[in-house]
Design a protein around this ligand. Sequence first.
Ligand code: ARG
Ligand code: ZN
Length: 467
Amino acid sequence: MARTVRLVPALLASVLTLAGCGGGVHGTPGGSGVRDPYFPKAGNGGYDVAHYALRLTYAPDAHHLTGTATVTARATQDLSAFNLDFEGLEVERVTVGGETARWNRAGQELTVRPHADIDRDDTFHVTVRYSGAPETVTDPDGSREGWLRTADGALALGEPTGSMTWFPGNHHPSDKAAYDVTVSVPQGLRAVSNGELRSERTARGRTTYRWHTGEPMASYLATLAIGRFDISHSRTPDGLPVYTAVDPAEAAASRPVLGRIPEVLRWAEKRFGPYPFSSTGAIVDRAADLGYALETQNRPVFPGAPDLTLLVHELAHQWYGDSVSPKSWRDMWLNEGFATYAEWLWEEDHGGKSAQETFDALYSGDSSDTEEAAESVWAFPPADPPSAARISEAPVYWRGAMVLQKVRQVVGDEKFWRILKGWAAAYRHGNADTADFTAYVEKQAPGEDFEGIWEDWLYGEGKPERP
Ligand code: ARG
Ligand code: ZN
């Protein structure tokens, strides 16, 4: 609401506030971060985003992006200013509630000063117009994300912090929102994003694709793939839309495994409960030096034709990571431990090793090619990685999965299946941290003692003494 009297002295303003008068200069700046233990500048305080509307135009040859982002948010305090995370690109104009706002930039922080303070609980719209050459960023662990150029277009990936290279926002997993992404590309190319394709229109040499994501999405799971793709859309036997976009060079190798998406989802629903989103699919695209897949919402991205295990991993993330998202980057094991455990379970349910056998092989060091790889599992506790550079390392994946097997040992299969499903249901479309997880497990099995498991397997240094 616009009720600022800009020149009211601070003292008078606070007197007015003390007197219970709602108007005047009353807001304070929202924080420049949300105290993430590994990425302190990620996210921003003072508001909660409900919706992102992105209108983007990309010219691959010129490597030029123009964008208008309209962020709809609710203030969680009286705000005199607030930040958005945004890296690179040029900001041309910022408005709040349709009125020009002042702004300045320092590193990844775009600070916006609305013409009038925003009252706590008010919903406001901030629009940022921008353009330029979007950047690729290198993560603390050396991998590449952000805006990646491909032979025929681009691929945008955002774990953990790359999404701020292509749109301004509250780039922390704790603030999830709905998205409408409209992308215009030269005719002949396609733009593929999360959610469902609402329309596709060609005029004057450009095609515009409108994608809608209705379920809450953490910004690190937003993706955009621009280029030439073999497209297939179909439905699972349950009627869930399946949209896959595959780099033509990877099409032959990808088709058989992507054809198994409905089968993997049917199995996953049996194990994890109802699929949390309104569509599924996959994107296969080649970007130089991209050595990883990512569980982008609805539609995971693969750097080449995936094998079945990787498909299972990324689809399992739709429950664990995408629907139940981490509260901070310290909770990464809740994503990766579960997705790795899903690989073990798939194998167990399809005539391979049992999860216990996989656990035993890891514990004894028989499963890795080198002693070094076997040792890396014990490098640090999964619930407490030593630095931002290590949140995607072996203990987070494998030892995280081992924690789940330890829980299964204590509660038995029946209760364990209920815990897997119940966890996904209890925090569906929300956020959770390790303390939420341990509390949840303890509540499901009140008679059992998990202290030793949490101490040794989740939080403890070194290799636990007993498997
Ligand atoms: N979350 C992805 C997966 O396990 C891997 C992301 C790797 N990113 C990184 N910065 N190392 O499927
Ligand atoms: Zn993963």
